[in-house]
Design a protein around this ligand. Sequence first.
Ligand SMILES: [Zn+2]
Length: 408
Amino acid sequence: MPILTDIRTLATCRADGGQRDVHAIAEAALVWQDGVITWLGPERDLPSIFAAEPRSSAGHRLVVPGLVDCHTHLAFGGWRADEFEARLRGKSYLEIARAGGGILRTVAATRSTPRDALVDRCRAHLAAARALGVTTVEAKSGYGLSLSAEITLLEVYEELGRTDASRVVPTFLGAHAVPPEFSADRVRYVSHVIEDMLPAVAARRLARFCDVFVEETAFSANEARAILEAARAHGLGGKLHADQLSNGGGAALAAELGTTSADHLECVSDAGIERLAATSVTAVSLPIASLYLRQPSMPARRLIEAGVPVAVATDFNPGSAPSFHLPLAMMLACTLQQMTPSEALKGATLYAARAIGLESTIGSLAPGKQADFAIIDAPDHVHWLYHFREDACVATYIAGRLVYLHAD
Ligand SMILES: [Zn+2]
């Protein structure tokens, strides 16, 4: 029964107390067995039955629950660094898309990347994320946009879920954009998603969630409603890319459908916030995307004060958020969205787990939960997000197994 001792601050992130309460324990110890936490508390209270068990030291550092990145577009071919530069030179996202760039360019690159190469790329990203303390990653399809290419992406995630050290939670995002083959008949593409893709994905249990990009340039609220209702009938949970570039009623739709999460919400209205507050929908904040697109970020303060839980994620993708650095997103949630470090930490742990339906097993540290945690070289989480360093994580554990150790 391994024991981690000499923890200066153990931020447990238990559910009670709301977003700002991470239930930190000073000078703590953590005990687990067979991957599951059996005891935690002040080290001086460590029961004597553990006296002979093997111990390791956290080095008088911070320990947090394994970070949960609850919104990524993990598998894609190619990159789009040239578009990053073009946007900085003044080209708009729409102009770039009209010139053949944007999501559809990544769709072409992804379709022409062999499956094994996609697996290898994802593995490298997941390993790099583990070195940041990230133990669970939600991963969306959506760069295939044909039945076979979407299935391939979900098979990539299925293989990673079986063989990679990280936990991977797959989401079907066939309604990410209308692919070129259907550009003249978007109605037929929505039908294709509902009648062909969803049943195939559900029959093989390749996804836990279905997501839809609701935006003027993507899908309407009515199209999203039809897709998510069909997904629910197949047993998939719902997610929405909502109110990112304009207010398209995404928050109200998420509230109406009772989706598990509503993501982005940069342009959410007061009425939308009110609707969300009356439901159990988790809002997912993606401040890296706001930063790269140089747009106002989610009004997280207003959401939190209205009682909406706000998760924090990266939105890792090759266009608007080409970084999987979740602690960076947490720091930006503080600096751009005025979330406190405690709120950002709970947003990237317990509430992120809630946003992917795994709150009962991961996202906080308590007896009975998975021993997923990270040792951070900081005295506490406030100092961690204040004195931001890209390599503050010194060790990461998943189900009690060491999966990353800083080289020094
Ligand atoms: Zn996204």
